[in-house]
Design a protein around this ligand. Structure first.
Ligand code: SF4
Ligand code: SF4
Ligand code: SF4
Length: 230
């Protein structure tokens, strides 16, 4: 049973134009530094999430029915129900990864440096956790817990200009996602929601999710919209 206080995002990828404002806002709010990167042949930068970057806009180029399409994917932690990363952490150090019972936000604590990083990363169906090689702390999106606690909108949502990112209660976001899915399907018949019954961060994919990124949804099947892994 999902509580009315639990928070969620609805991320409508049909509206993302890859401005990367969300990526920058996340780094600014968390006072993160930058890690030098190299050009890898496309517009994506940095090339992956890292311990200083909790949100990265992924770029893919695809052709459907002889028509070129840019696929933009602003990726972040999904704040899973019964988070698999937390279940793995609890086997080693209880309290290293916790879930706020009111909001459902999954939080990584200082104790994550005592965990087996590879085991935590492998437990995540979306390949999200990253580790600082110096401090050994494991990190990821904290859903701007400090802002949420002060009734502020998460930084990435506040900066999004296109209507792609939406924030509210999980129940409101799920209703919005289902409504928007019906509209988007008129132009994109393959559109699906990514694991909406298993995560607080709900993506709408106009094209097959695995065309955006191999870990975009938690399964490898064609109908990912109803998959629950919890
Ligand atoms: S997406 Fe991965 S890191 Fe985030 S809560 Fe789920 S299992 Fe944990
Ligand atoms: S919710 Fe906050 S921490 Fe998470 S991606 Fe958005 S800005 Fe970054
Ligand atoms: S700010 Fe909004 S439109 Fe810009 S990249 Fe992020 S999600 Fe896409």
């Amino acid at each position: 049973m999902v509580a009315d206080t639990e928070k969620g995002f609805f991320i409508d990828l049909s509206r993302c134009d890859a401005c990367r404002g969300c990526q920058v806002a996340c780094e600014q709010w968390h006072n993160q530094g930058t890690i030098p990167t190299k050009q890898t042949g496309n517009n994506q930068n940095p090339p992956d999430l890292n311990y200083e970057c909790y949100k990265v806009v992924r770029f893919e180029e695809k052709v459907y029915n002889n028509k070129f399409e840019w696929l933009f994917f602003p990726e972040q932690c999904r704040h899973c129900f019964d988070a698999p990363c937390q279940a793995q952490a609890d086997l080693e150090v209880e309290g290293a990864i916790i879930t706020d019972p009111a909001t459902g936000i999954v939080i990584y604590t200082e104790k994550t440096k005592e965990l087996d990083f590879e085991a935590v990363r492998e437990a995540c169906p979306y390949n999200i956790p990253r580790q600082d090689p110096k401090t050994k702390l494991i990190s990821k999106c904290d859903l701007c817990f400090d802002r949420v606690q002060n009734n502020m909108v998460p930084a990435c949502v506040q900066t999004c200009h296109s209507g792609c990112m939406n924030y509210g209660s999980y129940k409101e976001m799920l209703a919005l996602a289902n409504k928007r899915l019906e509209e988007v399907k008129k132009d994109y018949p393959q559109a699906v929601l990514g694991n909406p019954d298993a995560v607080h961060i709900i993506y709408l994919f106009p094209f097959p999710p695995h065309d955006y990124y191999e870990y975009a949804v938690a399964d490898s099947g064609e109908d990912s919209s109803q998959t629950s892994f919890a």
